[in-house]
Design a protein around this ligand. Structure first.
Ligand code: MG
Length: 378
């Protein structure tokens, strides 16, 4: 058998030592276990839906804004670079990154918040848990099992957060939330690659949309410093190129900081394997200074972009769509496609409706809302 782990550090997740799949399968042979996970994710239906799901801007607002699909690809790209630098498992990071948002509702975070409120008497709704549900049960691709039957390590990476109540129902996978232990370094890393990706691409999208201005962005120290470095190197460089150069430098600074800080922590803690990693403190981190600067950037984006009144208008409209769909389906489950109707069990019916709505793309949800509520459309 090929050795896929030879280049990895001792503390990496080794494909040959995976905790395995819920339904045992023969080893993939020409691929590592995590490559197989990644390939299954790419072929899934939920993955293709990411193309039409919102990140910050609704899908139809412009062709060049990030969607959950391009976001996920950017997370995978940044994650792989980081993984290679730290001799961690790139395949596992890539699989986790491509799957991390599979459970996202239409309309970004507002969709998840509203669905969670709608589901409050029926076990709630968490998008991380929904991503796991997609890969564990909802995908219908294989003859022998529901879901994609991914490895423990990929599933562990997908489940970034989880409430204690839900963790108690997840067995081995939920245990770390009860013990407060760490996931693999690859999972820790993917989480931060996610943050690097959205903090940077949201600046680009925010400026492109006109909701943010360059002058405003200069209030953010991390941005201003790199913007001035670009200006010094290329005096008078026009708008878009100057912006991309700035963002490029910011991504480089964040990844370099993360690699340097984490390499230091790893050298100090010297975990001998993934079990040591799980028992220890988080080892993939930014320096204190970079953490403070990215927090300032996040606060800025929250106040000036994510809560911009024009974004708020879409958010409020979107929340209405999700809530009205949920209420209509709960009241009259006969409006649902036959395989989503459950008789005599409101808990199960509510969960089916949450699955149905969470699986919708932005535009599908808008169309479905019209089909249900408009007297001119059927
Ligand atoms: Mg993400």
């Amino acid at each position: 058998m090929m050795d896929f782990d030879a280049h990895l550090a001792a503390y990496a997740a080794h494909s040959s030592k995976s905790r395995g799949r819920r339904h045992p399968e023969p080893a993939p042979g020409s691929r590592s276990e995590y490559q197989r996970d990644r390939d299954r994710i790419i072929h899934s239906t939920a993955f293709r839906r990411l193309e039409y799901k919102t990140q910050v801007f609704l899908n139809h607002e412009g062709d060049l804004f990030r969607t959950r699909l391009t976001h996920s690809i950017e997370v995978a790209q940044i994650g792989r670079t980081l993984a290679r630098s730290l001799r961690l498992n790139e395949d596992l990071v890539e699989a986790t990154a491509l799957a991390h948002d599979l459970g996202h509702t239409p309309f970004g975070h507002v969709g998840q918040d509203v669905l969670n409120e709608c589901m409050k008497d029926y076990g709630g709704f968490e998008h991380n848990l929904q991503s796991l549900r997609v890969v564990d049960t909802l995908e219908e691709h294989y003859g022998a099992f529901d879901g994609l039957n991914l490895t423990f390590e990929t599933r562990e990476g997908i489940l970034k957060h989880c409430s204690l109540t839900n963790a108690r129902q997840l067995g081995e996978l939920g245990q770390r939330f009860i013990d407060r232990s760490q996931p693999s370094l690859e999972a820790q890393l993917t989480n931060l690659a996610d943050e690097i990706a959205y903090n940077n691409h949201d600046i680009d999208d925010g400026l492109r949309s006109g909701l943010l201005t360059m002058a405003q962005m200069e209030e953010v120290e991390l941005f201003a410093r790199h913007r001035h470095a670009v200006e010094a190197q290329y005096p008078g460089l026009p708008g878009r190129r100057a912006l991309y150069e700035t963002i490029r430098l910011m991504i480089t600074a964040m990844t370099a900081d993360l690699v340097e800080t984490s390499a230091g922590l790893l050298a100090e803690a010297a975990p001998q394997g993934i079990d040591d990693v799980r028992a220890g403190p988080p080892l993939i981190r930014f320096s204190a200074q970079m953490r403070a600067e990215t927090t300032a950037l996040k606060r800025f984006l929250h106040a000036n972009l994510y809560r911009h009144f024009q974004v708020n208008r879409m958010r409020v409209k979107a929340s209405r769509v999700v809530r009205e769909l949920f209420d209509a389906f709960m009241l009259d489950p006969i409006l649902l496609p036959a395989d989503y109707q459950v008789e005599g069990d409101p808990m199960k019916q509510a969960r089916k409706i949450a699955d149905y709505i969470a699986g919708m793309t932005d535009r599908y949800a808008i169309r479905e809302h019209k089909r249900i509520f408009s007297l001119d459309q059927f």
